[in-house]
Design a protein. Structure first.
Length: 167
């Protein structure tokens, strides 16, 4: 195990805070690392909204993470919004998901970074794809205001995803 550096004055431990991934790398740079087939790709504003919605869904346990879990849920006719990372390598890992989504009439979109997608899912690991569910799997004791806020954000993002797919 490593030691923490002590400063010369006072002998207090100093920890450096790592910058957030979204603030450290500009959107235009993250887009450069996306695959050619990552279409429709969310613009900067929509990307922030989608990731914010994913964070809310993760807190409410309305999220399926990873390729196997997402495909399994879609094949069981679970509805929702599918979000995929555009910088997956090799991209062949997730190329079948848009086809499955289109067959099930589920809106999908790509975001530029798998690290941001993982962070939005409240995970320490990068995530290649996720499915945001419109309703929680089990009826729990959710705050009414929180539920209304989530439903409003979900409806707004769903409308924008359907518009993005149409173009």
């Amino acid at each position: 195990m490593g030691k923490k550096d002590k400063t010369a004055k006072g002998g207090k431990e100093e920890e450096t805070a790592a910058p957030e991934a979204a603030d450290a790398v500009p959107y235009a740079t993250r887009v450069k690392f996306c695959s050619v087939i990552a279409r429709p790709l969310a613009d900067e504003k929509l990307s922030k909204k989608v990731l914010k919605l994913a964070k809310k869904a993760a807190k409410r346990k309305q999220l399926k993470r990873g390729v196997k879990e997402v495909v399994k849920a879609i094949r069981k006719n679970v509805k929702g919004l599918c979000i995929m990372a555009g910088d997956i390598s090799p991209i062949d890992v997730i190329t079948h998901i848009p086809v499955v989504c289109e067959d099930s009439k589920i809106p999908y979109i790509y975001v530029p970074s798998k690290e941001e997608l993982g962070a939005a899912a409240l995970s320490k690991r990068p995530t290649s794809c996720m499915l945001i569910l419109p309703k929680p799997p089990k009826a729990g004791s959710a705050d009414a205001a929180e539920t209304a806020e989530f439903d409003e954000a979900y409806a707004e993002v769903e409308k924008k995803l359907k518009a993005a797919e149409g173009t």
